[in-house]
Every structure is written in structure tokens, then in C-alpha cells.
Design a protein around this ligand. Structure first.
Ligand SMILES: NC(=O)c1ccc[n+]([C@@H]2O[C@H](COP(=O)([O-])OP(=O)(O)OC[C@H]3O[C@@H](n4cnc5c(N)ncnc54)[C@H](OP(=O)(O)O)[C@@H]3O)[C@@H](O)[C@H]2O)c1
Length: 390
């Protein structure tokens, strides 16, 4: 029997548009599963008009439109809320939805620090709701095949991983704005970590936590991290995650730069070309004799975000409260690893640690200080956030 999942979209920005278009693709055009996604509501903190325009642009023609997130999460027809706001707001927005009794899919980075992640997980569990970080790459057939190869021992023991995500996006405000919890690590570093955690950590039955060290170069103007290198060590395996928001990992966007992720085992290594968030092929290179083999994993239909949406639908249909492919622990532990680096270097994440914002909407977009937060003209949060370099 076909299962229909009713979505509410919280925040009508760029990725929400891509995701919603993927949700509303004709299911028969690209996959064969018995779930249907409906977008029944869109919510914008800017205006109801923006929510309406967003619904028109994305083809969510039956959706109701709301001019606030508070109204959106109260919509009784919504089964699951997709949180697609800047990092600074994930905690408050996801908490708003959970407290309204809604299941939640929250964009990466899940939260600005591990403490916030733990609180969301506790709340979802206490309320018996589904919660997941939107690490869409984990559901790609490429990722599934890679995890299978590692589990089956085809690569031998994994000894080293090199994982890089560099993208020239410093013109985008939410990337560099400390008040929106910008910075390379929270934005791009999630994918550098993804390839490490979905293999070494995810496939380890003991879920051993890594030791972490990090080197960070701050953006002089804003104080957020611009170039970050994290070294993660497990017994028998080391990994290096690098990220930056000013230099491309693959400058020509044609894979000419070679792999951005290398997973090195005792029998073979796997090389994945950029972009690490949407990879479509990998090469398996055996140690010693044996043929080098290129494997293609084309994305047919949309942008490939529907795989994670389907996973949400399967879980909710089957009464699961978290995904086995993206367990909640795998949002909390990498969050803790990011905290280690940021604390040592005094960049944004640690600054956010002290002040968990309770507002659902910040008027701050590009200006450099936070004063008062209002939602429905009611002041919800007035704690100033310490500014970088203070
Ligand atoms: N999975 C992926 O491949 C992927 C790709 C890009 C981004 N992301 C993630 O998705 C999230 C959103 O990124 P985006 O590129 O979609 O951002 P964006 O285009 O800037 O949109 C963010 C939306 O959040 C809402 N918002 C609420 N408070 C805001 C504030 N103070 N300043 C700015 N926007 C505010 C706005 O929607 P309303 O005005 O409608 O409320 C805005 O349109 C981030 O966490 C990012 O890391 C994921």
C-alpha cells in the first residue's frame, strides 16, 4: 500500500527550493518505491507572500502558506517539518517543531555544537518523534556501495582517510556571517566529516569516539573559520578532514583535480572525485596487482535529495524514530569533534556554546551585532552573543 508523507517546509531559501522540487518529482520518473511526498504547508519568517511564492515556484500547489514558523508547526496536516534555515537557527527551529509534536528533518550542520544536538535528541526521544540530520549524501547508491565494500572487507582494514571539501563561496552571507554561525567547518566540513564518519565510525560496532586535533585559520574580517584541518584518530585508523570556503577542491568542476576523498585500506583504496556532497563515481585501486575499476553512480531525476526524503518516509511509515543510515549519535559525535577544534581556536562554535538562542527568527542577516530578537513582535531572546575578537 502506498504511504503518503505530508511535509511542512520551514524557511523558504535556496536549499528548501531544491529539496521541495525533488520531493515533488513524479515518483515514477526516477524510482520505484511505495511512498509519495506531499508538501502541504510552507512557512516563511519573512512574509506569507514569500511562502506563497515559494510554493508556486516549487510546484507545491496544494500547500497552505504561513508568514511565521510558529503558525507552520501548528498545521495539523503536517507530518514532518524540514528545517532549512541557517545553522544559527537549526536548534531553535527544530525545537519549535518538536515541541509542537512534529517529526523533523533538519539541514546540516544539525546544530552549532554537540550540546544543542544532545538537547534535540533528548526532546525527540521524550516526545517519541522522528528526528534526523539531512546528510543527503549518505543515501546515495555510491555511499551505500562504499559502506558495503568496507563491511565486506573488500578494501581490507581501513587505515587512512583524506577528506576535503573546498568551495569558493565567501560571497554568500550565511557562510561568513558569525551571527548566522557561518564558517567552513559547520558548512563544508560536514561533508569532509561525512565520508569519515559514515565509514570508520558508522561501521564500527563499538562506535569508538575519535581523538581530535584541529588547526584553524580564521577569517580576519569576521572571526569565523576560513581554512580548517581536523585530524581524527581511532585505534588503527587516522583521518584528515580539511575544508575552506575560498578555494575550490576541483577548480574546473570537471574532476581534473583528482580525488577529494581517499579511503585507504590494506587491500585497496577508493578515490572519490569532487564534489564530496554530490559524488557520482569512485575508483577502486587495488594495492599491488589487479585492475583499477571506475564505478559510476549517476543521479537520475532531480538533484538526488529524494533519497533522503524517501528514507524519512520509510522510517515514519515503519514507526522508527531515527534512521539506521544516519543515526542521531552520528550527529552528536561529529558535533563534539567540531567543538574540540573550535574551542581550541576560539572560533564561532565555541562562542555559541554559551548562548543557545531561543528565538525562531532573527532579523540579523548581514549586520554585525545581535541586539534583540522578536517573533510576532514579542521579544523572545535578548541574550547578546559575544562577538568574534571581543
Ligand atoms: N544539503 C545541501 O546540499 C545543502 C546545500 C545548501 C545549504 N544547505 C544547508 O541548508 C541551510 C540553509 O541554507 P540555504 O543555502 O538554503 O540558505 P538561504 O538560501 O540563505 O536560506 C535560508 C532561509 O532561512 C530563513 N531565515 C531565517 N532567519 C534567517 C536569518 N536571520 N538570516 C537569513 N535567513 C534566515 C530564510 O527563509 P524565510 O525568510 O522564508 O524564513 C532564508 O531564506 C543551511 O543549514 C545550509 O548548510 C544544505
Amino acid at each position: 500500500m502506498t504511504f503518503t508523507l505530508n511535509w511542512g517546509i520551514l524557511g523558504c531559501g535556496g536549499i528548501a527550493e531544491t529539496f521541495t522540487k525533488d520531493l515533488l518529482l513524479d515518483p515514477k520518473s526516477h524510482r520505484n518505491v511505495d511512498v509519495i511526498h506531499k508538501v502541504v504547508a510552507t512557512g516563511s519568517s519573512s512574509s506569507v507572500d514569500k511562502a506563497k511564492k515559494f510554493a508556486e515556484t516549487t510546484g507545491a500547489k496544494d500547500a497552505k502558506h504561513y508568514g511565521s514558523y510558529e503558525e507552520l508547526v501548528k498545521d495539523e496536516n503536517v507530518d514532518v517539518i524540514y528545517v532549512a534555515t541557517p545553522h544559527s537557527h537549526h536548534y531553535a527551529n527544530a525545537m519549535l517543531a518538536l515541541e509542537a509534536g512534529k517529526n523533523v528533518l533538519c539541514e546540516k550542520a544539525f546544530t552549532v555544537n554537540a550540546g544543542q544536538a544532545r538537547k534535540l535528541v533528548e526532546t525527540a526521544r521524550a516526545k517519541n518523534l522522528f528526528l534526523m540530520e539531512a546528510q543527503w549524501t549518505r543515501y546515495f547508491p555510491l555511499s551505500i556501495e562504499l559502506r558495503r565494500m568496507i563491511s565486506s572487507g573488500e578494501l581490507g582494514d581501513i587505515k587512512q582517510i583524506f577528506s576535503d571539501n573546498g568551495k569558493s563561496i565567501e560571497h554568500i552571507d550565511r557562510i561568513t556571517n558569525p551571527n548566522l554561525a557561518g564558517g567552513a567547518l559547520l558548512d563544508l566540513g560536514v561533508y569532509s566529516f561525512l565520508h569519515i564518519f559514515q565509514t570508520v565510525y558508522h561501521l564500527d560496532p563499538e562506535h569508538t569516539k575519535p581523538e581530535v586535533k584541529a588547526a584553524i585559520l580564521k577569517d580576519e574580517k569576521t572571526g569565523v573559520d576560513k581554512f580548517t584541518t581536523a585530524i581524527l584518530a581511532w585505534p588503527g585508523t587516522t583521518a584528515i578532514a580539511t575544508c575552506n570556503y575560498s578555494l575550490e577542491s576541483d577548480p574546473k568542476s570537471d574532476y581534473s583535480a583528482g580525488p577529494c576523498v581517499r579511503i585507504v585500506g590494506t587491500k585497496a583504496q577508493v578515490c572519490i572525485p569532487s564534489p564530496p556532497y554530490r559524488p557520482t563515481s569512485f575508483t577502486v585501486i587495488p594495492n599491488g596487482d589487479g585492475e583499477v575499476q571506475k564505478n559510476d553512480f549517476p543521479i537520475e531525476g532531480g538533484n538526488g535529495m529524494w533519497w533522503e526524503a524517501d528514507e524519512v518516509a520509510f522510517c515514519i511509515r515503519d514507526g522508527k524514530k531515527e534512521s539506521e543510515i544516519m543515526p542521531l549519535d552520528e550527529s552528536v559525535v561529529p558535533g563534539g569533534a567540531r567543538d574540540v577544534g573550535c574551542e581550541a581556536h576560539g572560533t564561532l562554535t565555541s562562542r555559541w556554546k554559551a548562548n543557545i538562542p531561543l528565538s525562531h527568527r532573527s532579523g540579523i542577516r548581514s549586520n554585525s551585532y545581535i541586539a534583540h530578537y522578536y517573533t510576532n513582535r514579542q521579544r523572545l531572546w535578548v541574550t547578546p552573543i559575544p562577538q568574534p575578537n571581543q
